[in-house]
Write a protein that binds this ligand. Structure first.
Ligand code: SF4
Length: 77
């Protein structure tokens, strides 16, 4: 029988609960929205905000982080 490694389970659960955040450095270029429109949207002030989702994995957030010209996006827990 395969043993489940509790450390790996905890790491996986933590990864699933992380959420992207956008800092005040955002200049509203829209790159993150173009890449991951199901996660990011431009608010009425013209800056990116993160939509409230149950989970953000598999939604190209890392690509948006890489594309942001001012490094305004990061993962948080
Ligand atoms: S890519 Fe960066 S600067 Fe552009 S809208 Fe998104 S968070 Fe703002």
């Amino acid at each position: 029988m395969t043993q489940i490694d509790p450390t790996k389970v905890a790491t996986t659960i933590t990864a699933l609960k992380r959420k992207p955040v956008v800092s005040s450095a955002c200049i509203g270029c829209g790159a993150c929205v173009a890449i991951s429109g199901d996660v990011f949207e431009i608010n009425e002030d013209g800056y990116s905000i993160v939509k409230d989702l149950p989970d953000y994995e598999g939604k190209d957030v890392d690509d948006s982080i890489s594309a942001c010209p001012v490094n305004a996006i990061r993962w948080t827990k």
